[in-house]
Every structure is written in C-alpha cells, then in structure tokens.
Design a protein around this ligand. Structure first.
Ligand SMILES: C[S@@+](CC[C@H](N)C(=O)[O-])C[C@H]1O[C@@H](n2cnc3c(N)ncnc32)[C@H](O)[C@@H]1O
Length: 336
C-alpha cells in the first residue's frame, strides 16, 4: 500500500499503456512465436514481422508486468500469465484482447463522456447497433464469438454440473452464440436434446461448433430475431449474457416472446453477472462501461433490479446461485 493519493489514478493511466503493449503482443502473435521456448527480441521480431528495435521496447514493458520473463538480457520466454495469449490455450484471452482493442469498440469507450452527458451513443451513430455491426465486420464477429466461447467455459461447466436437468428433455439456448454453452450442457447430460436460437449469420459457426463438440446428432440451430419471436418449444430456456445487453423494456419483450413459446411447466435460466449493492469491486461493474457505450440504458444489474425486471415480465424467481467467473444463475418460471 502507498500513501500517495495519486496512486490509484496513475495505476489506471498505466493500465492504458500496458494494454497497448498487450495489444501488440496479441496482434503480432508474440505468444505463438514463443510457443517453442525462449527467443531473442530479434528472433521474435523475425517471426512476427516487426521492427526488432521497436518490438524490443514492447517486450521489455511486457516483462515488466509479468507476461514475459527474461532468461538472458534481451531473450524472453512466456510466463504462465503470458500463455493465455495463445489462441488455443484453454483459458485464452487472445480474442478478448483483440475484441477490446477493436477500433469500433474502442470508439464506444472513448465517446463515453458524450454518452453519459447526453444519452447519445456515438458508437451506434457511426457503426450501427452492435449485433448488426458484428454481422458485417466478419473478423470482429469471429473474434467476438470466440471471446464469448472462451469466457463462458467455466460458468458453462458449472451450470452443466450443478443445475438439475433430470426433469428436462430439451433445452433451447436463446442468443446462444456458437452453441458453446449448449454443447457443454448436452455433453454432460446425454438424455437432453437442444437448440441454438440465434441471428442468421451465426448459424454456420453454430453448426460447426456443435459438430466439433460431438453433439450435432442431438442439437439443431434455428435462426430468427428474439424481439420478433422465439419459435422453439423446450422444457428449459437458457438466456446467457443476453439480458445485460438490453434495457428493461427490451428485456421484457424478449422474455414475453420466450413465454409465448414456453410450456406451462417450463423453466427459464438466466446467466448474468449480478452486481453487488456495495462499493466492492466487481468485474460486472467494469464491464458495464462497455455496455454503457454500446447499449446505452441496457447493462448489468443488481439482484433487486433483476428480480424487479423478471417479476414485471410475468416470472417468479425460483433461485439465484453463483456459478463461476462472476456469473450467476437465476432460475425463473411463469408466475402463478
Ligand atoms: C453477449 S452474446 C452472448 C452469447 C452466449 N449466450 C454466451 O453467453 O456466451 C449475445 C448473443 O445474443 C445474440 N443476439 C443478439 N441480438 C439477437 C436477436 N435479436 N435475436 C437472436 N439473437 C440475438 C448475439 O448474436 C449474441 O450471440
């Protein structure tokens, strides 16, 4: 601990500088270059198609914050923390770094003062609504979906292992992305069949992911817009990281469309971060800055805000359980 009152703000400013070095590592493939063991800055630059004398400064910075380690002056290896920059690492954040550094998404953060002061969203004015933009910017769309896949792995496993699916026969993952969470649930529960309900442009990636994870014989993909309808009947409806993109009126419309399709005894499982009521730090409070820039009034919610939203939408909350990775499961059913 330091007594310097400027330390917290300085730390945040340094975070931006460090993030730029991190972006270089991810964009130029430094972790992949170091996969086989230590290399000199010149060797890394050769593999990454970079200027050695300039890359050396970034490597020095990254070693200063623990992603690389010098094994001899100017020769580096990856640390355990640096290994998550490998795209195929089980906890990879490679796509997470590149998504965060994307110019359009950065713009939503840089224009946050205007959003907060006026309610306008310069991001939407320039790039259109996020999910339309992701459908047109193929590279960003793929990175975003890969990031969603990797960030969901721990809580998807926790959901599959802790929720009692024994009474259910079918699950639909509404806004299920590539089907990465559904695949985890189906692999753990061989008696279940499932459907990914998604925007049309994601159907090929979802079909490929379900096949790659060995559940294609029990899973299908239905495309559509959950603001228009959710035309799939199932015992369990999963909405993971969906409500946090939308304001209360929009979220209520999605839930209303789920209720139209859901059998009387069906269940809806919401996976989202639940913000603490106190001042404690929480990943969701920070992520909410992204939501603010991109979605405006839609964003992360507290337990009381979720409960109020769900009850107003005609649901009763059966339970709330913390899963993993700051994500909770809210189980709800039709109110009597
Ligand atoms: C934040 S991502 C969450 C993905 C996944 N459920 C997870 O937790 O990793 C939200 C998902 O909602 C989908 N989505 C957005 N608008 C939609 C709409 N109008 N109809 C159906 N899906 C939509 C997006 O394509 C995206 O995959």
């Amino acid at each position: 601990m330091t007594d310097d009152p400027s330390a917290p703000v300085l730390e945040l400013i340094r975070g931006v500088w460090r993030f730029s070095a991190l972006h270089v590592l991810a964009r130029l493939g430094v972790a992949e270059a170091l996969r086989g063991g230590p290399l000199t800055a010149t060797q890394i630059a050769g593999r990454c198609d970079a200027r050695p004398e300039l890359l050396a400064r970034v490597l020095r910075a990254a070693a200063g914050f623990g992603l690389l380690r010098s094994v001899a002056p100017g020769t580096y290896e990856l640390t355990e923390a640096g290994e998550v920059l490998l795209p195929d690492h089980p906890r990879s954040l490679h796509a997470g770094v590149l998504t965060t550094a994307d110019p359009a998404l950065m713009y939503s953060l840089l224009t946050l003062p205007e959003t907060v002061a006026t309610g306008r969203r310069p991001f939407v004015a320039r790039y259109g609504p996020l999910y339309r933009h992701l459908a047109t910017d193929k590279e960003l769309g793929e990175l975003f979906d890969a990031y969603m896949d990797l960030r969901s792995r721990t809580f998807a496993r926790a959901l599959a292992e802790t929720y009692d699916f024994s009474q259910a026969r079918s699950v639909v993952d509404v806004g299920g992305g590539k089907g990465h969470i559904l695949a985890t649930v189906l692999r753990t529960h061989p008696h279940l069949s499932g459907t990914v309900f998604e925007l049309a442009h994601l159907a090929p990636a979802a079909r490929a992911c379900l096949a790659e994870r060995g559940v294609a014989d029990r899973a299908d993909v239905v495309t559509g817009d959950f603001f228009a309808s959710v035309p799939v009947k199932a015992d369990v409806y999963l909405l993971s990281n969906v409500l946090h993109n939308w304001d209360d009126a929009e979220a209520a419309r999605i839930i209303g469309n789920v209720l139209t399709a859901m059998p009387p005894r069906g269940r809806i499982l919401f996976l989202d971060m639940i913000l603490p009521d106190d001042d404690s730090p929480h990943l969701g409070k920070d992520l909410d800055m992204r939501m603010l820039g991109v979605f405006g009034s839609g964003g992360e919610r507290t337990r009381a805000e979720y409960t109020r939203l769900l009850e107003r939408a005609g649901l009763s909350v059966a339970g709330i359980t913390e899963l993993a990775a700051s994500t909770s499961l809210i189980e709800a059913m039709r109110a009597e």
